[in-house]
Every structure is written in C-alpha cells, then in structure tokens.
Design a binder for this molecule. Structure first.
Ligand SMILES: Cc1cc2nc3c(=O)[nH]c(=O)nc-3n(C[C@H](O)[C@H](O)[C@H](O)COP(=O)(O)OP(=O)(O)OC[C@H]3O[C@@H](n4cnc5c(N)ncnc54)[C@H](O)[C@@H]3O)c2cc1C
Length: 406
C-alpha cells in the first residue's frame, strides 16, 4: 500500500466525486491536465440518488466516444413517460420528438455511471481520484483560494492547486467555507423516498397524482424507487400517524401497489428527502469555482439535476482547459462559466417552481382531481408534450465538448 503524502500540488483539485466532479475530472484528464478528485465516501454506492441520464448527457457521452461502452452497463431505456393525473392518462414526455442522437433516456443507477466515469478517467495518467477523503477547509492566501485541507483514514491531507472546484453537492462544504452568498429559491414540499417490488405486469407510468397526493415511481428493474410528495415540514406528523397512514395514501394514489405496501415494515424503510432549491449569487472567487448542486441545489422535479451538473462540467472544461494548461486561470474565466450556465439554471429552477406550485396546491386536498377542460384539450395536441420533452431531456442551452483529447 502506498504511503500517502500529506501535501500535494496539482493544477486542479475537484471537491466531490458526483456527476459534476467526475465528469470535470474526466474531461480535464482527457486533455492532459493534472486533476485530483476527492470523494468523501469509500464508494459510489448510495441509495435514493438520481439516476436518469437524459438525452443531453447521452449526447455528451457520444461526443466523447463513450456512449456505446456506457450503454453496455445495466440500464433501462425509456422512450415515453406517462402519468395518471386524476382520471386522465397524460403523455408527459415522448423522446421520439427529439432531434438528438439518442431519442430515449436511460435509468442507470448513479453508482454505475460514476464507476464508469472513474474507470474511463483512470485511463489517463493525469487523472487521480481519492476516495474516503473529505474536504474540511479551504486554504486562502492573499485573498485567493490556494488549496484545501481534507481528512482521510490515514491522516490529514493538504492539497495546493491553481484552481479548486467545489462539486460537493447540495450540502457543499466548499460552498460553506467559501463565504459565497446563497439565494434560496425555496420549495414548498419534501419527499418520502422508499422502494417497493416491481412486478412484470405493473403499469409503466412514472407519476400518479390524485386527491392531493402524488407518487413518483421510477423503474429500477426489479423494484420501484418511489417518492411521495408531502408539504414541507409535515414528515414528523405523518410518522406519528404510523406507517399504516402512508401505506393507505400510497394505495389511494397508485392502487396497483396495494399488494406490496406491507414491504414498508416501518419508518426505517422510508427516507425523508428535504427538497432544497437554491443557487449561489456568484459561483466563484479567485482560485475557486462551484458547479453542479454546489452552485445550485436542484429540486428532483423532472430529474434534471445530473444533467445540469454534467452540462456545468462540460462548460467548465471548455473554458478552463487552456488557462489551466498555461497556469493562468483568471477570474474572468470563472465569470464566463457562470455567465454561460446561470441562465439555464435559473430557467430550470423557475420551471421546477411552476410544477412544484401545481403539485403543492393540490397537496392535502381530499377531492378527486380532474384537469381543467382547456388543459385536457391542449393535451390532445402534441405541443405540451413536445415542450416538456425538450425542457427535460435537453434543457436550456445544451453544451458541446470542445476540449481536445490529448
Ligand atoms: C433523492 C434524490 C433523487 C433525485 N433524482 C434525480 C433524478 O432522477 N435525476 C436527476 O437528474 N437528478 C436527480 N436528483 C438530483 C441529482 O442527484 C443532483 O442534482 C446531482 O447528483 C448533482 O450532481 P453533483 O455532482 O453536483 O452533486 P452530488 O451528486 O451531490 O455529488 C456530490 C459528491 O460530493 C461528495 N461530497 C460531499 N461533501 C464532500 C466533502 N466534504 N468532501 C468530499 N466529498 C464530498 C458526495 O459524497 C457526492 O459524491 C435527485 C436528488 C435526490 C436527492
């Protein structure tokens, strides 16, 4: 086993090995830039994480020549997304409308995707990934972030870098240490996350909403990863009702699950996801850039957080590769990345806010839902479905890989 040096120097140190950090690490290493990614966990295996790879991410993988290899990993291809809202069966998305290379999205466990990026990154000598290494502090010298401190099982570590990138997610330690101001976008609801078995003849819808309740069901092969929306701050009151209360609500909203809700033995099978939506006012300081959820925590609505994180990483690599190579990263490079990515982030959060408001208005209402007649009429045309598909699968301002392969 290698003795770990307690002080390292690299061109770029990326804090956090999620989709944003791993993609940025991969892209920089692919262009021959020395990059170190630090991830606090020992592996990528964590449950209840986002696992939708939309057309924009698949397009990026195709541009990198990695798509065929990626699609050899276990995944489900989704061509259409359907929902049952009250009595109305709605086609939420139809990927065949897209003009992208992949006219589908995939559901792939996030750990498989991250392991894949790690394996691909390791093919380049300038890619370093250290697991079980948790960032604790930033190092500041003369008003510039000059590195960070981290703790690992075998001791503490100091990393000095020309650039530190905070990609450590929605509870970002880097963001916390940076002093950068956060704008809270707010979310009126939280979500209870759990899994239930999936049977071969189950309906293939992704959302059920009625009588003020919404259940999201994500196909993970032999089980459904489910989310049950609740008004913010009401989880404790629900827990006090006992698990039977949640089971009954699930059956009312998605009756096909009636024969397996007892798999939720008690509340230990249910995880509370506190939905948080915010963004940094400035994503950077001299020597430091934040991307992905560290720059803008995304609500899980639409399942677009991974894709935004990947797009941020592509935009960051496009702008930073040459300055990093030259050892000349300046504030204006970092500002350029924020300028490019702030608008898609704001627009996406606004759209998520509109959808959240619709769900929230219905939460707790006892009467059956019926979509208003004009909405039902509009849903008979392809327009709303095309717009939703474009927003979710491609997003605003998709990025293209412009960095060279070394
Ligand atoms: C329950 C849930 C369901 C979701 N569903 C979807 C979905 O279906 N599709 C979708 O696109 N998005 C979904 N999202 C959102 C999506 O997961 C995130 O937007 C996306 O993962 C953000 O990527 P990221 O790389 O910026 O951050 P993260 O994925 O949060 O990665 C951050 C990484 O940094 C590590 N880290 C944190 N702190 C430290 C530290 N101090 N030191 C070192 N490492 C650290 C973490 O362990 C983690 O690996 C969901 C989110 C949640 C919570």
């Amino acid at each position: 086993m290698n003795a770990l040096p307690d002080e390292l120097r690299v061109r770029c140190c990326v804090a956090g090995g999620g989709p944003a950090g791993m993609m940025l690490g991969y892209l920089l290493a692919r262009s021959g830039i020395e990059v170190l990614v630090l991830e606090k966990h020992a592996d990528f295996l964590r449950d209840f994480r986002g696992d939708t790879l939309h057309a924009s991410t698949l397009e990026t993988m195709a541009e990198l020549g990695l798509l065929d290899e990626l699609l050899k990993r276990p995944h489900q291809k989704i061509n259409q997304v359907r929902a049952l809202i009250g009595g109305d069966d709605i086609l939420l998305g139809d990927l065949s409308y897209l003009r992208t290379r992949c006219r589908f999205m995939t559901l792939m466990p996030q750990w498989d995707f991250l392991n894949f990026l790690a394996e691909q990154g390791r093919r380049f000598p300038t890619f370093k990934l250290r697991m079980q290494t948790e960032i604790t502090e930033l190092i500041e010298t003369d008003g510039r972030i000059a590195g960070l401190r981290a703790k690992a099982p075998d001791g503490s570590l100091v990393v000095r870098a020309d650039l530190v990138v905070g990609a450590d997610g929605r509870h970002s330690r880097v963001r916390e240490c940076s002093g950068l101001d956060v704008k809270n976008v707010g979310s009126p609801m939280d979500s209870l996350q759990f899994r239930l078995s999936r049977l071969p003849n189950d309906p293939d819808r992704m959302l059920y909403s009625d009588r003020g309740m919404t259940v999201v069901t994500i196909n993970r092969g032999d089980y459904w990863h489910c989310g049950f929306a609740i008004p913010k701050g009401t989880a404790d009151a629900m827990r006090q009702e006992g698990i039977e209360g949640l089971r009954a609500r699930i059956i009312q909203t998605a009756p096909f699950l009636h024969d397996r809700v007892t798999e939720l033995h008690d509340w230990t099978n249910v995880k509370l996801l506190t939905i948080r939506a915010d963004r940094l006012k400035s994503w950077h300081r001299p020597g430091l850039l934040c991307i992905g959820d560290a720059a803008h925590a995304m609500s899980p609505i639409g399942g677009v957080g991974i894709n935004l994180a990947i797009q941020d990483a592509v935009a960051a690599a496009n702008t930073l590769t040459e300055p990093l190579r030259a050892g000349a990263v300046r504030d204006e490079h970092l500002a350029k990345i924020q300028r490019r990515r702030a608008l898609p982030t704001r627009l996406t959060q606004r759209m998520q806010g509109v959808i959240q408001k619709q769900v929230w208005r219905g939460l707790g209402k006892a009467q059956p839902v019926r979509l208003p007649l004009p909405v039902r009429m509009l849903e008979r045309t392809t327009l709303p479905c095309r717009m939703r598909t474009r927003f979710i699968a491609v997003g605003f301002r998709p990025e293209h890989v412009q960095t060279p392969k070394n």
